[in-house]
Design a protein around this ligand. Structure first.
Ligand SMILES: C[S@@+](CC[C@H](N)C(=O)[O-])C[C@H]1O[C@@H](n2cnc3c(N)ncnc32)[C@H](O)[C@@H]1O
Ligand code: SF4
Length: 390
């Protein structure tokens, strides 16, 4: 099986991730590579740089059939439709884009309007993912969001009217949130969701304003047992209403999973373009882990000077590849094929560790040999992976 094949279907997959690094304001919990600029962004110049970096990547790896494209951020919905069109055209010029490719764009409700969404659709976008975060105004205020719950729902309605496929994100385990409150919110959210929801537990990231507030005792988040109760509510309500988890934080009706994110979790190949984008490129039998310059203006100058913004370009050895495969693959409900781990690392997973984790109920081994983390094991996923990889 080629390195980039889908381990479940056997079909090759290749994703392109494009990072748009600008936002209208910086949310206090967020450590994504996002920047606020008060002067207008020169989108034409950025579009030319994206096209140049795509060209350089294509020259390096050769022909590919693109199965998914994801424009993430930052806030890609701040881009003009013609900027999105120019980026998608550049991808189509250097690679073949499969007719059924999933082409997603991340949007913030603050910058959603119907005309622009129709422009994105005309440019080639066929799926949007909206950052709704919460369905009540008090929580949105705590999260530092610039939109109200009503504005978020209006944005969802616009997404629904323009695109067949849309998803939205919610953050839970917020300050003061109890399981009954979350259950009511989640039921409402599923009523608005068509096929896909991303449900993230609030993470207190280092070097964010939330980190300082949390450390000072001014931001009280649910403790471990309360978080566990919120996680359990998430799993049971989503499963009951037809959107089971297919990944630790992602829920979909069967068949509506985000193809692009599956590329990451299944350890397949993807190119990362734009400031602070990561990629995994297969050249011959070697896998390279790439990362580009994070600061938008420095990335722009590098691309204009040398055709790419890559600042990290590492050959992964077999051990690193196998560990990454385990770490990413075990996030998925479908789990991993241990034979693939063996093919990558040259050694099999330790049967005695598997036996102990099975006994504890943290993992299961299916009849076809696939190994997966159970719903009870997901809250301790990091420990399970560390144990298996040891
Ligand atoms: C790049 S942002 C999404 C799009 C857009 N920038 C927005 O915020 O509306 C990706 C998602 O990550 C989630 N996220 C970011 N920081 C988080 C944190 N500290 N804890 C939990 N979820 C987080 C949010 O749900 C967010 O929508
Ligand atoms: S959560 Fe979204 S809008 Fe807020 S700073 Fe991060 S990327 Fe920007």
């Amino acid at each position: 099986m080629p390195a980039s094949s889908d381990q479940v279907s056997g079909k090759p997959a290749f994703g392109v991730y494009v990072h748009w690094p600008f936002c209208l304001s910086k949310c206090p919990y967020c450590d994504f590579n996002s920047h606020v600029r008060h002067a207008a962004i020169d989108e034409e110049r950025f579009a030319a740089a994206f096209a140049r970096e795509i060209e350089t990547t294509a020259q390096r790896i050769g022909p590919r059939d693109v199965t998914s494209i994801f424009l993430g951020g930052g806030t890609p919905s701040l881009m003009q439709p013609q900027t999105v069109g120019a980026i998608l055209d550049a991808i189509g010029k250097h690679w073949r884009v499969a007719p059924d490719a999933e082409i997603s764009l991340e949007a913030n409700p603050t910058s959603v309007e119907a005309t622009r969404f129709r422009g994105y659709r005309a440019a080639g976008i066929n799926r949007v993912s909206l950052g709704v975060q919460a369905l009540d105004d008090a929580s949105l205020k705590t999260l530092g969001r610039l939109h109200t719950a009503q504005e978020a729902m209006d944005a969802v309605a616009i997404a629904r009217s323009v695109f067949d496929r849309y998803s939205f994100d919610l953050i839970y385990a917020r300050p003061g949130q109890t399981p009954p409150m979350w259950e009511a919110e989640l039921r409402r959210a599923i009523g608005e969701a068509a096929e896909h929801l991303s449900l993230y537990q609030l993470t207190i990231e280092a070097e964010t304003p939330f980190f300082a507030l949390h450390r000072a005792g001014k931001l009280l988040t649910p403790d471990e047992s309360a978080s566990r109760a919120l996680y359990d509510v998430t799993q049971s309500v989503c499963a009951e209403l037809g959107l089971p988890a297919y990944e630790i934080s992602n829920h979909a009706r069967p068949g509506a999973e985000c193809k692009h994110n599956l590329v990451y979790w299944r350890g397949q190949e993807y190119a990362g373009v734009g400031p602070g984008a990561h990629g995994r490129l297969d050249i011959g039998n070697i896998r390279y882990a790439t990362a580009t310059e994070r600061r938008p203006e420095s990335w722009l100058m590098r691309v204009e000077g040398s055709g790419h913004g890559i600042v990290t370009d590492e050959r992964l050895n077999s051990e690193e590849r196998a560990d990454e495969f385990l770490l990413m693959g075990l996030r998925l409900a479908e789990g991993i094929d241990p034979r693939r781990y063996q093919a990558l690392s040259g050694r099999s997973l330790d049967p005695s560790r598997i036996a102990v984790l099975r006994e504890e109920g943290a993992i299961a081994v299916d009849a076809d040999g696939r190994l997966r983390v159970t719903l009870a094991g997901f809250p301790v996923l990091d420990a399970v992976v560390a144990d298996l990889a040891a």
